[in-house]
Design a protein. Structure first.
Length: 329
């Protein structure tokens, strides 16, 4: 549905996008992540036909976004971060106005209006002025406007920005419902939203794609070649022997670090990290506690699986450390 081939975009000496190649099939929900200046917004604007690439090609449904910009825009729905609404208009007035801009006939417009009002849950506010609506309802109006011409692909730039938790959950549910056969690009800096909403995640930094795949694929690829570090939690009744326990645990050959703290109920909680490649520390830790006649309340392993957040930070920091020219948005 959307294809970018060796796409570059420069603004004078600022290189915003550097050789991006992507293939996004129909029906996929794709999350695009990246810090400010990563190139993700510039890439989205090129897909939407708002900017021409400096080099390379951008195609939507087999059409070039520059040479065939009008038919491309008919296939796209775009909700920018700054939702373009007229607060003095009612919801119905605004959607009818947008339908005329899309060139939709009056008869077809009535059908389209009823469809998007129902799909976006706007029936109760259809006659209210947009300026009187909550931020969550204004986002729904923007989504409805982007869907009026029934586009094959939908681009949403920070759709949950500024919403409260309940509005975020509602918007997330609505996005999943709207997907179906549509291709969707969701630009966001909120990692949990991308994890919960998207089928595929693309991480940008310095104008390049740093990672591309499902959440599980990205974390699995990131973990290859890493030596796993086992982390344990121990809770024991040590009394005034906390320093002795610290010394005994730290002296174990497989222990890399050990932090102890006395909790409010008097039990000592220890967080123990093994050295890379050490398979299991629990038997040795349990043996020490038994030998010292310490009562154990908990001895468990804490998973060391990398989260999307830690992967994102590593990739972005790695890109920052690499040599680059000047960058853009």
């Amino acid at each position: 549905m959307i294809r970018l081939q060796e796409v570059f975009k420069s603004f004078g000496k600022v290189h915003a996008v550097r050789g991006v190649t992507l293939d996004i099939p129909a029906g996929q929900i794709v999350g695009i992540l990246g810090p400010n200046g990563a190139g993700k917004s510039t890439t989205i604007r090129m897909i939407a036909g708002l900017l021409p690439p400096s080099a390379g090609t951008v195609n939507v449904d087999g059409l070039d976004t520059i040479d065939q910009s009008r038919p491309v825009r008919r296939r796209l729905g775009y909700l920018p971060e700054s939702n373009p609404l007229y607060p003095e208009m009612s919801v119905e007035q605004y959607l009818r106005f947008r339908a005329r801009l899309f060139g939709i006939s009056r008869r077809a417009g009535r059908t389209a209006l009823a469809r998007v009002i129902e799909r976006c849950g706007l029936e109760n506010v259809r006659r209210r002025r947009i300026g009187e609506l909550s931020k969550g309802y204004r986002q729904r109006v923007g989504l409805a406007a982007a869907l009026l011409h029934d586009p094959a692909a939908l681009i949403l730039d920070e759709p949950t920005s500024g919403l409260d938790p309940s509005q975020i959950a509602e918007t997330r549910r609505l996005i999943r419902e709207l997907a179906g056969r549509r291709t969707m690009l969701l630009v966001s800096h909120i990692l949990p939203e991308v994890e919960k909403t998207c089928d595929r995640i693309i991480i940008f930094a310095h104008g390049q794609v740093q990672a591309d795949g499902t959440r599980e694929e990205l974390i699995r690829k990131a973990g290859r070649g890493r030596q796993e570090v086992q982390r344990c939690v121990l809770e024991a009744r040590a009394g005034d022997r906390i320093n002795d326990l610290q010394r005994l645990l730290s002296a174990l050959p497989g222990v890399g670090s050990c932090d102890l703290a006395t909790q409010a109920d008097g039990w000592v909680r220890a967080r123990i990290a093994g050295k890379p490649g050490v398979p299991d520390l629990r038997e040795e830790i349990g043996s020490i506690c038994a030998r010292e006649k310490l009562v154990i309340r908990e001895l468990s392993v804490v998973g060391d699986a990398e989260s999307l957040e830690s992967l994102y930070i590593r990739l972005v920091e790695g890109a920052d450390a690499a040599p680059h020219g000047e960058n853009g948005a």
